[in-house]
Design a protein around this ligand. Structure first.
Ligand SMILES: *[C@@H]1O[C@H](CO)[C@@H](O)[C@H](O)[C@H]1NC(C)=O
Ligand SMILES: *[C@@H]1O[C@H](CO)[C@@H](O)[C@H](O)[C@H]1NC(C)=O
Ligand SMILES: *[C@@H]1O[C@H](CO)[C@@H](O)[C@H](O)[C@H]1NC(C)=O
Length: 460
């Protein structure tokens, strides 16, 4: 009688644990699965602790962050990693992360998934989810590939002119001294407009573990050109970039994206010369906190997480994750007539937050083509808008090295041009003629006004 009761209670609790740990019950009908196992406790207290400490340099802070997050996650993950590795299951791969307390297991056989689930309490398992995979964000309206470099006005791309980048260059500020991290499909680093800008030995392809990051899609080369390209195509033509291939030719996998997130904190053995900002033209879905730990760790070492808001418009509440997270700096896409593109994703988020934060040129953006060293192509997408804002931020970092992420955010949003096309409609009860709103955020990014505002606020 009492034994029956005990087994009943056990069954009841294991079902309860299972329902909490696995939201996606379909995992339990696949004979093999690719899963992200998230463990408790989260790394957030470590990030906060490092954020409150004083360090002699940014490099020392990055180093301490990596050491502490690694020690913390290894201690928690140890027993589960030991079990998984000890079983030596054919074709199963195990990748442990420190930027979030998680382990990605690919080709996990169902019986082993069930075992892990059963042991979820002693192994501190918070959740088991399918590994995320985002298609590379689409681009639209691709124009013909041109081979004459748009060296001088009026051939200079409209977006470079309209964010007022040339007026900032005239003051001698061209992005020098700033390193921009880019997570994308790779880069054609031999392109004439990009050659010399990519820190080749600091790049990473998580799939190969090598620093060679060839671009077989074109997306990453185009984005890189908009940030740091010469010949008139880049916002910050003297910035340097570190490319991490979070995306392959068609997909960006969670394993690669998180590995890139770790790489951005510490791209060298001693974390020297880490990027000053990260440009992210990737994402998908909505309301997922899967990348929050990564974004918080970037923020704590001074890297603003700039994100394309997504191409899921024109409906309201279509912002993509991670751009839709409160900590992300989301960017919407505007046309040359300053009307929002129809594809640009809009806020508000589930939690009622306004998105995007800002908007930028994202239609018919001319930048480097990936097929030849002297080709140029026009593309549209929020992927093209994001690097304009990363480029403007690079100019600000160049003028004010060590500017905090809070100051960067404030300066960027307070200096926007609000002369955009408004209709009086809106999303989330906010008409698009009042700012901030869920179409344009605070308005259209303006490098010159941002620089002037930063000078007022930061030089006293
Ligand atoms: C492992 O992969 C190989 C090659 O893809 C395949 O032939 C083999 O059947 C797989 N083994 C298991 C246990 O899935
Ligand atoms: C702006 O775009 C919206 C939707 O994409 C369209 O309905 C509207 O006519 C456009 N306005 C102008 C002035 O181009
Ligand atoms: C703001 O945008 C409008 C519309 O594109 C433009 O005419 C104006 O020159 C811009 N203002 C500045 C200061 O660049």
């Amino acid at each position: 009688m009492s034994q029956l009761l005990i087994s009943f209670i056990c069954l009841f609790f294991s079902t309860l644990v299972q329902a909490q740990t696995i939201q996606d019950q379909s995992l339990l009908s696949d004979s093999f699965s690719n899963v992200m196992i998230t463990l408790n406790p989260s790394v957030r207290p470590i990030i906060q602790q490092i954020g409150q400490q004083e360090f002699e340099s940014n490099q020392a802070k990055r180093f301490a962050l990596v050491e502490n997050m690694r020690a913390w996650t290894q201690a928690v993950q140890g027993p589960l990693l030991f079990l998984l590795q000890d079983l030596k299951v054919a074709n199963m791969t195990i990748k442990s992360f420190w930027i979030t307390n998680g382990i990605i297991v690919r080709n996990l056989p169902l019986p082993l998934l069930e075992l892990v689930l059963l042991l979820s309490v002693p192994f501190n398992i918070a959740s088991i989810e399918r590994v995320q995979e985002f298609p590379v964000l689409p681009t639209f309206d691709s124009g013909p590939v041109l081979t004459a470099a748009p060296q001088v006005a009026p051939a200079m791309p409209w977006g470079i002119k309209d964010v007022n980048a040339p007026q900032v260059w005239d003051q001698g500020i061209r992005g020098q001294g700033c390193t921009v991290g880019i997570i994308d499909t790779g880069v054609r680093e031999t392109h004439e407009a990009i050659a010399g800008r990519v820190l080749l030995d600091q790049c990473l392809d998580p799939m190969t573990g090598l620093s060679s990051v060839p671009d077989l899609n074109g997306h990453g080369t185009h984005v890189t050109g908009t940030i740091c390209g010469g010949m008139g195509i880049g916002v910050a033509p003297e910035a340097e970039v570190v490319m991490c291939k979070g995306c392959g030719t068609s997909f960006c996998t969670q394993d690669s994206l998180l590995t890139c997130g770790e790489h951005m904190i510490c791209p060298t053995s001693d974390c020297e010369d880490g990027p000053d900002i990260v440009s992210n033209s990737w994402g998908g879905g909505s309301n997922s906190d899967s990348y929050d730990d990564m974004l918080f760790s970037w923020e704590i070492v001074g890297m603003l997480p700039v994100f394309a808001i997504g191409n899921s418009g024109p409906a309201c509440s279509t912002a993509n994750t991670p751009g839709d997270r409160p900590i992300a700096f989301g960017v919407g896409a505007v046309m040359i007539n300053k009307n929002l593109t129809s594809f640009s994703s809009k806020g508000p988020t589930n939690a009622g937050n306004i998105k995007p934060e800002i908007s930028a040129p994202g239609a018919n953006v001319l930048s480097a083509d990936f097929k030849t060293n002297d080709g140029y192509q026009s593309l549209s997408g929020t992927s093209m808008a994001c690097p304009h804002v990363a480029g403007v931020a690079a100019l600000l970092i160049s003028a004010f090295p060590g500017i905090t992420t809070d100051n960067l955010r404030n300066v960027l949003v307070q200096s926007t041009n609000k002369s955009v096309v408004t209709s009086g409609f809106g999303c989330g009860g906010k008409v698009n003629s009042n700012f901030p709103n869920n179409y344009y955020g605070h308005g259209f990014v303006d490098a010159l006004k941002a620089l002037n505002l930063a000078s007022q606020l930061l030089t006293k």
